[in-house]
Design a protein around this ligand. Sequence first.
Ligand code: PLP
Length: 334
Amino acid sequence: MSPAPLDRSATWPYADGEVGTYHYSRYGHPTGTAAEQALGTLEGGRALLFGSGSAAETAVVLGVLEPGATVAVAEGCYFGTVGLMRLFESWGLRYVEFDQTGPPPDGADLVWLEAPANPMLSFPDLEAAAAHPGRVLVDATASSPVLLRPLEHGADVVLHSATKYLGGHADLLLGVLATRSDELYDRLLAVRTRTGNGAPADPAWLLLRSLETLELRVRRQSATALELARRLTEHPRVEVVRYPGLGDARAARWMDGGFGGLLSFDVVDGNEARRVESSTRLIGNATSLGSVRSTMESRYRHEGDRVPPGLLRLSVGVEDVEALWSDLDQALGA
Ligand code: PLP
């Protein structure tokens, strides 16, 4: 039994000469609608699907902000988010990076948080952000709605790269926005339709398949990540471990029964990070996160001085915890 019909049509016939629910797939299609309904239920709002997380981010910039607006964006967040803001600077967008564990700066029209930040793993002060007069967006990619539902904590918009935990198998590229505001929903939908940034039917169908195992996957990934984070803190070759489950009181207050499958840790320098990432056997040396298969990479190759040269980002999959630990331990070396 399939989770929903896969309808690849680009056009649907008019009914008695009138436009029906679907007429041209850039506006919407049944498989996308089924996925959006499932995502809306998970988030407690109305959801829109985009062709990638970055496409969803672009829709926020174009649909929520006016020229000359200022975004306060979390330090240590996904580097592509800051890259996108830099791209829009020539269109009059301003942005300032700030420490999301404290109150956002005055004067920001939009506060852009990441819960937890990828790859620095800080967790935002959602209460301080909700008290700020600007709108609040939470990129909850690394938590997934299993562990965090930002709309319940005052966020105006929640964003996901569905490529990560929502998809969960490293076989689709999608993005999600969800909101409780009809006004924002209409603006974001208009941008999506006009820019053609929507999701094709095939990955939307794969996403629906993935949502059936979302909770199982995320709870298992969280439990394993917590155990690995604890063991890494004791490892003589590891200098720092970043994981919200290692005593972050804010994360414990808002996350529901787990801290996610993403962590980062530092070895002594960049050369050692490159040696360790290519010495694993079970853990894949690849980018991205959220898949059922564990992956690890040095982020310095992509982000340069935004991160310590020895930082390794580990996305924990659903493999056996002891098998993962023995792989990490042998790669780190005695
Ligand atoms: N937000 C976060 C936290 C991410 O990690 C990523 C991608 O790595 C994105 C957004 C962008 O998503 P996508 O790669 O699906 O465009």
